[in-house]
Design a protein around this ligand. Structure first.
Ligand SMILES: [Zn+2]
Length: 689
């Protein structure tokens, strides 16, 4: 059967050039049912372009093969970018249905590209002759990256192996989509509905957020605690009701493990087995070996060496923290052992006692709008960027747009911040784009988004962040700058298209500027009085930087170790996910009072698309870099030192994947980093190894 597509296509607004302000898509005309025909047409168009390149009669040249590939697939890029922004940030049943339909189609399409043997032969030929092609350094890098991508995808393999790879890729795409949708379904289905009398211990900002969340669920006058991190972590931190803490905590860590239709464990077992099989077909011992071969770390052993070094120290520190919390329970007359749902509550009590500091006192100083302004000001001081709000139609009324200009007043790009949690948004925080920077199709400027899940205040009240939320905001904004400042010609290597253990450098480095007193004094202002945070309070806040870092490091590092172990399995058939997780945590001697930051059944970094599969260690690896990179500023005596900032822009934020990551870092810093700055930053330098 054929669809009468041509007439429909002509009117499909998703397939026209985006002519909205700043080149934004026609959000007003977007309907879920337009996506499938738009994808079909865009996929067919790109497929024809790929086939033409592969069938080209002329001998391969950089232009007729690599550059032509780089110019191809533009409609598909536009439709995909728009679709996945909505699928992540403002989805519904209709979008989810399209997502399930198109994810295997996109995988099949990627197979048609990367498993095209004729195309691979042209690229391999160019690569062999690369020294005689008179390429610029950027062109040489792009050619090398294409060749690596094709080899890693199986482009050089024989037909039967390719056919099996193609089937694996399609199946993995479907499983990944289902995984993310299951987590969202579990999160949407749950809210702990409370009455006024259940709120003991909750400060006013937490009550207000819970009231707003209940209202959004049509339960005015009640209070809802949801499974969004900002909502349930705040409850765990403050609620004096141990029974309710236990309840919400168990719901939170059981996402994806309901036993019903949204249970993710069978899907995980299948994904892990398929990934291992794919790695074997490509000549690797395990998926982790395959994955890390093209990362900065290069081997699982290198990543593990770093994690082990951190783990033993973090575990020792967490045990000391646990003992201190148990003592607080005893002093309060409690006669029970600290449980995972108690940790945040007693840590908050201890922090208050030890530093005379409580979250409820700090929170009014962290207004969302002011923290956004602080992130912008940091970008102005470092890179000369300015951000001007612009009133343009977007996909949701809570999203806001800013035009970004450089010091000379030239347009750099568009930045969109979409900060509030809502039931139509997947959990977590991420940066994404509607358009990436490049110069191949003229000077194309980027459209970059930050999506977060901060609690939305009641109408008229200011949105308040925790210090952790503010750090998340700076983190994602660091990724945004990596996209906005990108200054390359070829789309393949633009912006954040770097290995995942390097991509967290620009984001984690940026978090350091949140803690710079010059920024906090100016932007941490009380929501009611407008007064800056008093110096003693600021000093106490900064003094708590390493407080509870044993817990935070254990919570994270356990995830990274379990990930490496799971994806390091050579023969993971018949995997029992629950049993594996339990056994592996026992092996690393996980403290009983701490639960993984992301348990396997809802570990979206690993299974919702697989961006960080066998690569969750990336955050720690990048942290070695960011701690050392910030020290480069501190050593000059000026955390905004212009010469250091210029090098940072040239070699890191602006450079995309122009250079091998180690080379890029050395160009910025003059040397590679050691682990010392990281241990100091986390307060682990003195902890027993
Ligand atoms: Zn990140």
């Amino acid at each position: 059967m054929t669809r009468p597509q041509s007439a429909y296509q002509a009117q499909n607004p998703l397939l026209t050039d985006w002519t909205g302000p700043f080149g934004l898509p026609p959000f007003g005309a977007v309907k879920a049912e337009l996506f499938r025909p738009a994808f079909d047409a865009a996929l067919a168009a790109h497929r024809a372009e790929i086939d033409a390149i592969a069938a080209e009669q002329a001998a391969p040249s950089f232009d007729n093969t690599i550059a032509t590939l780089e110019r191809s697939g533009r409609a598909l890029d536009s439709v995909s970018n728009l679709f996945f922004v909505l699928a992540g940030a403002d989805t519904d049943d209709a979008i989810e249905a399209v997502e399930r339909e198109v994810s295997p189609l996109l995988a099949r399409h990627a197979n048609a590209l990367y498993l095209n043997r004729a195309l691979y032969a042209r690229i391999a030929d160019l690569y062999t002759r690369r020294d005689s092609l008179d390429l610029s350094p950027e062109q040489a890098r792009v050619l090398e990256r294409y060749r690596t991508k094709f080899v890693r995808a199986g482009g050089a393999l024989e037909k039967p192996a390719q056919q099996r790879l193609a089937a694996i890729n399609e199946r993995l795409a479907s499983l990944g989509t289902q995984f993310g949708q299951n987590v969202l379904a579990d999160e949407k289905a749950y809210a702990l509905m409370l009455e006024e009398g259940d709120l003991a211990g909750l400060p006013e900002f937490a009550r207000a957020a819970a009231r707003a969340a209940a209202e959004e669920r049509g339960a005015s006058g009640k209070y809802a605690i949801t499974l969004a991190r900002s909502s349930c972590e705040t409850f765990l931190q403050f609620s004096a009701r141990r029974d309710l803490r236990e309840k919400i905590f168990n719901a939170w860590i059981s996402r994806g493990e309901s036993g019903g239709a949204t249970d993710n464990r069978a899907g995980i077992a299948e994904m892990v087995a398929l990934r291992a099989e794919r790695a074997k077909l490509l000549g690797f011992e395990s998926f982790a070996d395959y994955r890390l071969d093209d990362q900065m770390a290069k081997t699982p052993a290198n990543a593990r060496k770093l994690l082990d070094e951190v783990w033993t120290r973090a575990r020792a520190k967490a045990q000391a923290e646990r003992d201190a919390l148990q003592a607080v329970i005893g002093e309060g007359g409690g006669n029970f052992a600290l449980a995972p749902w108690d940790w945040r509550y007693y840590a908050e009590k201890l922090r208050k006692a030890r530093y005379d500091l409580d979250e409820a006192e700090i929170k009014p100083y962290f207004q969302l709008d002011k923290m956004v302004a602080a992130a912008f000001e940091t970008a102005r001081r470092l890179f000369g960027l300015t951000f001007t709000p612009v009133d343009v139609p977007l996909y949701h009324k809570d999203a806001r747009a800013y035009e970004v200009k450089d010091a000379g007043g030239r347009h750099v790009g568009l930045f969109i911040g979409d900060y509030f949690a809502r039931p139509s948004k997947h959990s977590g925080a991420w940066m994404t784009s509607l358009r990436e920077q490049e110069k191949l199709a003229g000077a194309v400027t980027p459209i970059i988004l930050n999506i977060c899940n901060f609690s939305k205040p009641a109408a008229g009240a200011p949105a308040l962040l925790s210090f952790d939320d503010a750090r998340t905001l700076f983190h994602e904004f660091g990724h945004a700058l990596h996209g906005l400042l990108s200054n390359v010609t070829y789309p393949l290597i633009a912006g954040t298209a770097v290995p995942s253990d390097f991509v967290e450098l620009p984001s984690q480095l940026y978090e350091h500027w949140l803690e710079v007193p010059a920024i906090l004094q100016q932007y941490a202002r009380h929501a009611e009085t407008g007064a800056p945070m008093p110096k003693p309070l600021l000093d106490r806040l900064l003094a708590t930087r390493t407080f509870n870092q044993g817990f935070a490091t254990v919570e994270y590092t356990a995830c990274a170790l379990v990930d490496l172990d799971l994806h390091g399995l050579a023969e993971p058939t018949g995997l029992d996910v629950t049993e594996f997780e339990r056994g592996d945590l026992e092996r690393i001697r996980m403290p009983a009072e701490i639960v993984m930051r992301h348990r396997l059944p809802h570990f979206q970094h690993l299974f919702s698309g697989g961006g960080y599969a066998a690569a969750y260690y990336s955050y720690m690896w990048s942290e070695v870099l960011d701690a050392d990179a910030f020290a480069a500023f501190e050593e000059t005596g000026d955390v905004f030192d212009p010469a250091t900032a210029a090098r940072l822009r040239q070699f890191i934020y602006g450079a995309g994947n122009l250079r091998d990551p180690a080379e890029a870092y050395q160009a910025f810093r003059g040397r590679l980093p050691s682990v010392d700055a990281l241990l100091k930053k986390r307060g682990l330098a003195d902890a027993a190894a």
